[in-house]
Ligand binder design. Structure first.
Ligand SMILES: Cc1cc2nc3c(=O)[nH]c(=O)nc-3n(C[C@H](O)[C@H](O)[C@H](O)COP(=O)(O)OP(=O)(O)OC[C@H]3O[C@@H](n4cnc5c(N)ncnc54)[C@H](O)[C@@H]3O)c2cc1C
Length: 439
């Protein structure tokens, strides 16, 4: 048995980043992972990382000469279901190799004092007499900890074993995740170059740069199964004219696509990253969006552990408040809105793009007269009544959810009442999987 301030299960983007922050606060941190060091995070090769995130999260900047860095692009487009009305987002994005990026973050964490154990799996949670989490057992032994952190990704191995009123132990089922297919392709025509990322939200499909400049990545994400994702890829490629290509290889992976747990903490425990479903509702990306929770959380944890005792939910509660009232509220509202915005015909989706409703240039902003423009569309036959009802209803539900999250309770005492209303609101919103009709 060994004593640590914090034991983290999972050594990929969430666990490694959080471990470094905690070590900088002077805490003794152990990270365990079931995979070998060589295989860590290999489930994904190329990923996109917004340049702003380096500064925001104090990450060493990657560029020329760094093994993980491939290149940058600085414009993202999104287009309608009928391939019209491109909307610009002026975001500088780095294209990088994930396993090499995480290696760099791990080396930094080790220099700050973090201990890593590989090829060691979590087995069970250990509780003390007061029913507080006080450690874990693994395939190699037992660790005493004043805080156990679940960063195990979609399997959520620790969260799912917690028996407590403040932690939801739900499984991230096939309906609650996106099956992502990535085709790495070589472009047949030398004049075709993919130098920026273009997405078609209606098909949840996109084309983006990869490590080879004469190539591209074509992707789709879909709930339910890989079989259904292949079907969506087919539909996407039939509807949208992409450059001609030769397939090099395919990559597959899953990302959570569901609401996060309503509380991330309880006595001696917290959950982060994919295990907490902290992905962006509009594209499923989860690296910087999860770190938004980790950055203030490290300060809260350091303070909570300063008295030498187990971190209680009262000590950790600010982690919930800070996240749920901020990014949590924004994403809850956006998720509800998107469910309504994709649940309509291709023609309706084109009308939204044409009129800057939901989808707009980031430097121009949204249409100031949404209701008037939609009504005009209905009366002129350019937008369906069903589309109008779906969108207005989604917008209304999204606003209600956002406001409810902004009123996240100050302390655990108000949690159960708040959670009851939140669950009712989410039930009305439904999930993206509810919009799937042809799986
Ligand atoms: C195809 C695809 C493309 C993506 N592209 C992007 C992108 O461009 N940008 C972006 O921001 N996000 C992207 N994402 C999302 C992003 O990859 C995830 O949100 C993020 O990596 C989640 O990190 P995590 O550390 O929470 O979980 P994971 O990366 O899943 O790591 C969990 C770790 O826990 C370990 N573990 C699991 N069970 C146990 C156990 N029992 N015992 C011990 N260890 C265990 C695993 O081995 C693993 O190393 C993409 C996802 C997919 C599927």
């Amino acid at each position: 048995m060994k004593n640590y301030d914090v034991v983290i299960v999972g050594a990929c983007t969430a666990g490694t980043y959080f471990a470094h922050l905690l070590a900088k606060e002077g805490l003794k941190v152990l990270v365990i992972d079931k995979d070998s060091e060589q295989n860590l995070c290999k489930r994904l090769d190329i990923f996109h990382f917004t340049r702003d995130s380096y500064d925001q999260f104090d990450i060493p900047v990657s560029g020329d000469g760094d093994a993980e860095w491939v290149h940058d692009f600085d414009l993202c487009l999104s287009k309608s279901a009928l391939d019209n009305h491109p909307k610009k987002s002026h975001t500088k994005v780095a294209v990088m190799h994930l396993p090499l990026f995480i290696k760099r973050l791990r080396e930094r964490a080790i220099s700050a004092g973090v201990e890593f154990h590989f090829e060691e799996s979590f087995v069970d949670v250990v509780y003390n007499d007061q029913k507080q989490v006080c450690g874990i057992t693994t395939t190699k032994g037992y660790y005493d900890a004043r805080l156990v952190v679940d960063a195990s990704g979609i399997p959520s191995v620790v969260r799912r074993k917690i028996e407590d009123d403040y932690i939801e132990s739900f499984e991230i089922t096939p309906r609650d995740k996106f099956y992502v297919l990535l085709k790495y392709v070589q472009l047949n025509n030398p004049d075709d170059k993919v130098e920026l990322s273009t997405s078609w939200p209606y098909y949840k499909g996109w084309i983006a740069p990869q490590h080879n400049k004469s190539g591209a990545i074509i992707g789709v994400g879909a709930n339910i199964s890989y079989d259904y994702a292949y079907k969506c890829m087919d539909k996407f490629e039939k509807a949208i004219k992409l450059p001609e290509y030769t397939l090099q290889y395919e990559e597959k992976g899953c990302t959570p696509y569901c609401r996060p747990p309503l509380s991330f903490v309880t006595d001696g425990f917290m959950v982060i990253g994919d295990a907490a479903c902290l992905t962006k509702p509009w594209n499923g990306e989860g690296i910087p969006s999860a770190w938004v929770q980790c950055t203030p959380a490290a300060k809260v944890v350091a303070k909570a552990l300063s008295d030498g005792k187990i971190a209680t939910k009262e000590d950790l509660w600010d982690i919930n408040v800070l996240y749920q009232r901020g990014e949590g509220a924004e994403y809850a509202g956006t998720r509800a809105m998107l469910i309504g915005a994709v649940n309509m015909s291709a023609k309706d989706n084109d009308y939204l793009f044409a009129n800057d409703i939901v989808f707009c240039d980031d430097d121009k902003g949204p249409n100031p007269n949404v209701v008037g423009t939609l009504l005009k569309g209905v009366f002129s036959g350019k937008f369906s009544l069903g589309g109008l009802i779906s969108l207005m209803s989604a917008s209304n539900k999204g606003e209600k959810l956002k406001k409810h999250y902004q009123k996240y309770p100050e302390s655990p005492a108000g949690y159960h009442k708040w959670a009851k209303t939140a669950l009712k609101l989410w039930k009305k919103v439904g999930t993206m999987a509810d919009t799937v009709k042809d799986a």
